[in-house]
Design a protein around this ligand. Sequence first.
Ligand code: UP5
Ligand code: MG
Length: 216
Amino acid sequence: MVFRFLGTLSQKLLYGVGVTMKPQVVFVLGGPGAGKGTQCSRIVENYNYTHLSAGDLLRAERAREGSEFGLLIDSYIKEGKIVPVEITINLLRKAMEETIQTDEKKFRFLVDGFPRNEDNLQGWTTVMDGKADVKFVLFFDCSNEVCILRCLERGKSSGRTDDNRESLEKRIQTYLQSTRPIIDQYEKQGKVRTVDASRSLDEVFADVKAILDKEG
Ligand code: UP5
Ligand code: MG
């Protein structure tokens, strides 16, 4: 009887045909422009991880024809505000589900840019608790000044609506007020692996590699 109501990712994973591994998740956090996406791409080239950028998923949803959330996502991103978790968690859950359904060996995920605030964390816990393991948080620590300069530089060609000084000031404020406390919470649990992200790509990646080689 109960099985009729099972529809979520882990339920499918746990009770579906065959033995499927529980998703193993690394949260990747850091300020805007700290290099989360860049480093995740390099990790994917070298390790068996799938990169899921919450920001990229939201931008794709914004662009999807017929999306009921397009306008909302657009205004939140421009304002550097954090989109309600119901939207983000569904995109993440679906992406994880599709990845594992395509290849059951792809159960390791880099969840980039999430969770960014208490609302995000609660949403994750409600939907994913017990259904995915959060191994640790990879924290790219970078000064606000460097973050802003990198995003402004990228803004010359990125086409991102939030790579301008006005949006960036807001993104930094949101990061300091909402996301840093989440990183601090994980730090207290001994789950944060910090990398000095203000250095060159190769130097940062050398530290990332050392962490991943150790953590498995
Ligand atoms: N660069 C990278 N590393 C470098 C290095 N070591 N040295 C020199 N240059 C370096 O890098 C940024 C730029 O810096 C690039 O040009 C790169 O070449 C260069 P990138 O790897 O893109 O940095 P990243 O940390 O990924 O920066 P990003 O701008 O993506 O971070 P944000 O966290 O601000 O953006 P995200 O896409 O995650 O979110 C955007 C918005 O979506 C949020 O503000 C929010 O409104 C919304 N959002 C939610 O609401 N909820 C979510 O869960 C996620 C997002
Ligand atoms: Mg990014």
